[in-house]
Design a protein around this ligand. Structure first.
Ligand SMILES: O=c1ccn([C@@H]2O[C@H](COP(=O)(O)O)[C@@H](O)[C@H]2O)c(=O)[nH]1
Length: 232
């Protein structure tokens, strides 16, 4: 089954707000991304409801814990019927291998893509330096993406700015999920490594995540249509 190339980030507090947005989306055209805020408020049942409506769901909970805990967590996430789950690559090789091994036990048609966050798109070199990582962002992204591939995962979360480098180094089959997408007229918000939808497409990303440029727009439905038109 092919997944949509655009996932709308539903960073809402509750199902009332999220349902209002979802009702304006076409599951045949876009997927939805559920993150920590909405999941913590509304829980797994709301996620499964969206799967039943036909949406491809990326459950963006970015697990980062000891291997046993993360293996159990990704298995629980997979059981919701979502298409994509993720962990933090900085959790290490053994953590990612344990997560991957747990999902490999599921039948192929019930196994979501497992991807790992490299360096958050809200971070630049000075943010990395604050946590003791004194290397250029691209170098750290590549290091964590190589580790992710070694662990057997399907791909990474990165900025579209790193897409060409990662596909050149790791091959086109390694999936790239890219937040930090900003249409030309949109605000950057807290994102530091951004590209427009068209630039991201040209860079060869597999999937884009777009939140506030849609969810905070005066007319979210129109904002989605304009993004899809930019990509067509
Ligand atoms: O590196 C990362 C990883 C995840 N995200 C998530 O994507 C969306 C982006 O939302 P915008 O409103 O388009 O900025 C958000 O849910 C983040 O948690 C990311 O931005 N960067």
């Amino acid at each position: 089954m092919s997944l949509p190339s655009v996932y709308i980030a539903l960073d809402y507090h509750n199902r009332i707000q999220a349902d209002a947005m979802v009702s304006q989306l076409d599951p045949g055209k876009v997927g939805i991304k559920v993150g920590k805020e909405l999941f913590t408020t509304e829980g797994p049942d709301w996620v499964s409801e969206q799967v039943e409506k036909g949406f491809s769901v990326f459950l963006d909970l970015k697990f980062h814990d000891i291997p046993n805990t993360v293996a159990k967590a990704v298995t629980a996430a997979a059981k919701l019927g979502v298409d994509v789950v993720n962990v933090h690559a900085s959790g290490g090789l053994k953590m990612m291998q344990a997560a991957n091994a747990a999902l490999q036990e599921l039948p192929t048609d019930k196994r979501p893509l497992l991807i790992a966050v490299t360096v958050l798109t809200s971070m630049d070199e000075s943010d990395l330096a604050d946590i003791g990582i004194i290397v250029p962002v691209r170098e750290q992204v590549l290091r964590l993406a190589k580790l992710t591939q070694r662990a057997g995962l399907d791909g990474v979360v990165c900025s579209a700015q790193e897409a060409k480098m990662l596909h050149d180094e790791l091959g086109a089959a390694f999936k790239l999920m890219t937040p930090g997408i900003r249409p030309a007229a949109a605000q950057q918000d807290d994102q530091k490594r951004t590209l427009t939808p068209r630039q991201a497409q040209q860079a060869g990303v597999d999937f884009m995540v777009i939140g506030r440029p849609v969810t905070q727009a005066d007319n979210p439905h129109q904002a989605v249509l304009e993004i899809l038109a930019e990509l067509s």
